[in-house]
Design a protein around this ligand. Structure first.
Ligand code: AMP
Ligand code: ZN
Length: 463
């Protein structure tokens, strides 16, 4: 039984979808004004682990992740770059989707763009206007938070002391500044704008997620995800807009991912303390290692990013892969050995117990590594029989359907470039050009490829 911490109730609750076997989930996607950093990807990897574990537990998943392609920061940066909105956001959207793929994050079923859903946003505003939840000022439309008595229920905000009718136009602000927020922004010179029954202008950030989630998932759905920074104001405002419009509960479970930190501070673009996926790949860390690091700490605890941590993730991943290699290469007698079979069984039970407990990945991994140790010892002692090897391999494949870090068993298609460089290095060694040979080895290492000279020739593997 899967239990998830629900930000709304502040309790761990048993998870059950509204519809029998189908989980409808929404994740706030990227604001595409720059490359994503690995803090952003911590959240997207955690959502991916949630998605994959739901599938592991037999649910079908309908997952929507929006692309925010109109927003204050986008307008600022696109101007600085001298690009059109479309050209600017398409570039960063493509880069984001590429990084997702590198990190083995499954593509959500729907990835709608905000600028392609202006009609749905208009409809939602119309409902809110008819219900008396909005007012207009200087060509902009605002949501009146006083008209929604449950405002603040997600973030625990107390509204006393707020200045009635005070407004906020920017997309991001603090709890201390809780105000009537903007749904539709009056056009400013040079800003992209769209025509609606409310006049020309552009949407505020919060409106898009309510409009797109309800369009693709219905007025009430199961899980809404994002980083903890989105609890207020973004998700609070989404609840207000959606529930004020439909009169129905918007979302059952709110799932919030804690920050990736760097030296005690949140990794963020504005602090400049961030790494992108490609920064780390250029330093020789594979995307699987980055993914492993990001998912190895439970999503609801802060994770401090360090290069030591990344190297630790790399060696943990090596241990899993090396065990898989040994099991796959094993030539042993048919049958099963009780100790090995027991290790495999316990690994699966422990993995599921950890994951069922609010996706506690570190407990789940600890159970798997207990089995890794036991199986390696059993292999050393020749006590793993064919049946055990097969079930251990099946166990690794099963947990990797959630973790998504092991990759294909062989470096199956040998990367021709690596092969050519190994060939060149062998030639250099034959000619006693050791400096060149070492340089090739170091270059490959920097690109995440480790060479091992064995009596059977030079072998290679990815870090
Ligand atoms: P953005 O592109 O800024 O809208 O952010 C995309 C997602 O990344 C949101 O769900 C944020 O909450 C999340 N996020 C931003 N910074 C971090 C961080 N340092 N650690 C974890 N998640 C983050
Ligand atoms: Zn959102």
């Amino acid at each position: 039984m899967l239990r998830l911490k629900n930000t709304l109730t502040r309790a761990k609750e048993e998870f059950k979808p509204i519809d029998d076997n189908l989980v409808r989930m929404y994740a706030c996607g990227p604001t595409v004004y720059d490359y994503g950093h690995i803090g952003n990807f911590r959240t997207f990897v955690a959502v991916d682990v949630l998605r994959r574990y739901l599938k592991y537990r037999g649910y079908r998943v309908q997952h929507v992740m929006n692309i925010t392609d109109i927003e204050d920061k986008i307008i600022r940066e696109m101007r600085a770059a001298g690009k059109s909105l479309r050209e600017f956001t398409e570039f960063y959207t493509a880069e984001f989707l590429r990084d997702m793929e590198l990190l083995n994050i499954e593509r959500p079923e729907v990835t709608p763009r905000a600028t392609e859903h202006i009609a749905e946003m208009s409809e939602l505003m119309e409902k809110l206007r008819k219900g008396g939840k909005t007012y207009e000022s200087d060509g902009s439309l605002y949501f009146s938070i006083a008209s929604f008595p449950r405002y603040g229920k997600l973030s625990g905000l107390k509204l006393e002391g707020n200045i009635a009718g005070a407004r906020v136009d920017v997309d991001e602000y603090d709890k201390a500044d809780a105000r009537d927020f903007v749904l539709w922004k009056a056009p400013k010179e040079d800003e992209p704008k769209w025509d609606t029954p409310f006049g020309p202008g552009r949407p505020g950030w919060h409106l898009e997620c309510s409009a797109m989630s309800m369009k693709y998932l219905g007025e009430s759905f199961d899980i809404h995800c994002g980083g903890v920074d989105l609890i207020f104001p973004h998700h609070e405002n989404e609840i207000a807009q959606s529930e004020a419009a439909t009169g129905k509960p918007f979302v059952r479970f709110w799932f919030h991912v804690e920050f990736l930190q760097v030296e005690g501070e949140r990794m963020s673009k504005s602090k400049g303390n961030f790494y992108t996926v490609r920064n780390l790949v250029d330093k020789g860390f594979s995307a699987e290692v980055i993914r492993y690091l990001l998912l190895s700490a439970p999503y609801n605890t802060q994770l401090n990013f360090t290069f030591d941590g990344l190297r630790g993730a790399s060696s943990s991943l090596d241990r899993l892969r090396n065990l898989r290699r040994r099991l796959a290469d094993l030539k042993s007698a048919p049958g099963s050995n009780a100790a090995a079979a027991d290790a495999v069984k316990k690994a699966i039970e422990g993995f599921e117990a950890g994951m069922d407990d609010d996706l506690n990945t570190s407990a789940a991994l600890a159970a798997v590594f207990d089995a890794v140790r036991e199986l390696n010892t059993a292999l050393d002692e020749g006590k793993v029989l064919e049946g055990d090897a097969n079930s251990a391999l099946a166990m690794l494949e099963k947990i990797d359907s959630v973790l998504g870090v092991l990759g294909a068993l062989e470096n199956a298609v040998l990367d021709p470039e690596v092969e050519a460089l190994i060939e060149e290095r062998n030639a250099a060694r034959r000619e006693r050009k050791f400096a060149r040979a070492d340089q090739i080895r170091d270059d490959l290492l920097a690109r995440g490829v480790i060479l091992e000279d064995t009596p059977q020739g030079t072998k290679w593997r990815r870090k």
